[in-house]
Write a protein that binds this ligand. Structure first.
Ligand SMILES: C[S@@+](CC[C@H](N)C(=O)[O-])C[C@H]1O[C@@H](n2cnc3c(N)ncnc32)[C@H](O)[C@@H]1O
Length: 359
């Protein structure tokens, strides 16, 4: 994840290193209710027991629910997610990059793996769809997404739902979207088939924020090198103020083990297109973004995760953000012409359900 630009997929190790999942804070005392939109939906379960965490190491969907239920209430702050122009522009930019010029707005839209609603709520604010349904495997995330939608005055309902078995009737939606979710779903083609089932003929799906296979390889390699270098050099006595407490660093290492449980896939853009066609979609197109921005951004954000937060001043953060914007411009205007698409870090895919007469 590139925190300031919101172009990313999640890194569980980084999430946990900052948030102490294992010692989960007591959210009950903070007045969070356990209500969800539908009485038959499961309630959020923010306090995982040790036994549940142990079981989650062998069960990717349980891991998703426990982890995302725990972090739902703090997710927007942690990832600098907002519902103002910055994130509206970011979400709309990804949609436009995937789809190109399209007649808007769509009528009813569905989001899979909505998290706190970052993608669909911001797309709706930008005029992409009139009404929406947010869904996620995590009840805690659905609850926060619905609260965000209500605060924004958007026409949105929500359900706890597995993207492999979407609990809506055939031909219900005009648009299905998702951000940073496909790489968490065990059977991606099954999920795309489900999208096509619930779409009306001519309806479109758009998924963005997915890691490419090559991008993920260099991002992880650069991240590991930066982590080792930063945690190594800050052992020097005169740099000790830049070292995070050892227990936090140890927790990051433990958390890295869980990443393999929830981050299931990386994608080659050509294979992603083939999978969407095999699911039954037409007008399929994959697009990729971020090459220089990712090569630079991953070491930077790993460095940030390895040092105490108070060392990162506002001026530093603004400088990094501006650099990211500049490198993203370079990627779009120069790198795109000379670097093959599979080398970019972020993938997106779109396709259409056959049988419609246009949008
Ligand atoms: C990395 S988060 C992204 C959240 C949000 N889309 C965003 O971009 O901020 C992935 C989300 O997918 C959800 N998820 C994982 N597996 C899922 C599945 N099989 N069906 C539905 N949601 C799932 C998780 O609970 C989590 O909220």
């Amino acid at each position: 994840m590139w925190r300031t630009g919101r172009g990313r997929h999640s890194s569980l190790a980084d999430d946990l290193s900052r948030t102490h999942w294992y010692q989960g804070p007591d959210l009950d005392g903070l007045g969070f209710s356990t209500m969800t939109e539908r009485p038959d939906d499961p309630a959020p379960h923010p306090h995982a027991t040790e036994a549940e965490v142990e079981a989650a190491l062998k069960d990717t969907k349980l891991a998703q629910v426990l982890y995302h239920d725990w972090e739902a209430e703090t997710y927007d702050d942690k990832w600098s997610i907002s519902y103002d122009q910055r994130c509206i522009d970011y979400a709309r930019g990804r949609f436009d990059a995937a789809v190109g010029p399209a007649p808007l707005p769509y009528g009813r839209a569905l989001e899979l793996g909505c998290g706190t609603g970052f993608f669909l709520l911001n797309l709706m604010q930008s005029g992409v769809a009139k009404s929406g349904s947010v869904t996620d495997l995590s009840p805690g995330m659905v609850k926060v997404a619905l609260r965000n939608a209500q605060n924004l005055g958007l026409d949105v309902d929500g359900r706890v739902a597995d993207a492999e078995t979407i609990p809506y009737d055939d031909d219900t939606f005009d648009l299905v979207v998702g951000h940073a979710v496909l790489h968490h779903i065990p059977d991606v083609e099954l999920s795309l088939k489900e999208c096509l089932r619930v779409l009306k003929p001519g309806g479109r799906f758009v998924f963005a924020g997915e890691p490419t296979t090559i991008g993920n390889a260099y991002a992880r390699r650069l991240g590991n090198i930066t982590w080792k270098a930063t945690t190594g050099i800050t052992r020097l006595p005169f740099l000790s103020g830049w070292r995070r407490p050892q227990e936090e660093l140890d927790e990051s290492s433990r958390a890295a083990a869980l990443e393999a449980v929830v981050d299931l896939h990386t994608f080659d853009p050509g294979q992603l297109e083939a999978m969407a066609r095999s699911a039954g979609a037409v007008e399929v197109a994959a697009h990729t973004e971020e090459f220089a921005a990712a090569l630079w951004g991953w070491p930077v954000r790993t460095f940030e995760a390895a040092v105490p937060e108070e060392k990162l001043t506002w001026r530093y953060r603004m400088a990094m953000y501006r650099a990211w914007i500049g490198l993203s411009w370079l990627d779009e205007n120069v790198m795109r012409r000379i670097v093959p698409r599979q080398f970019f870090y972020n993938a997106m895919i779109t396709g259409v359900k056959p049988g419609g007469s246009g949008k």
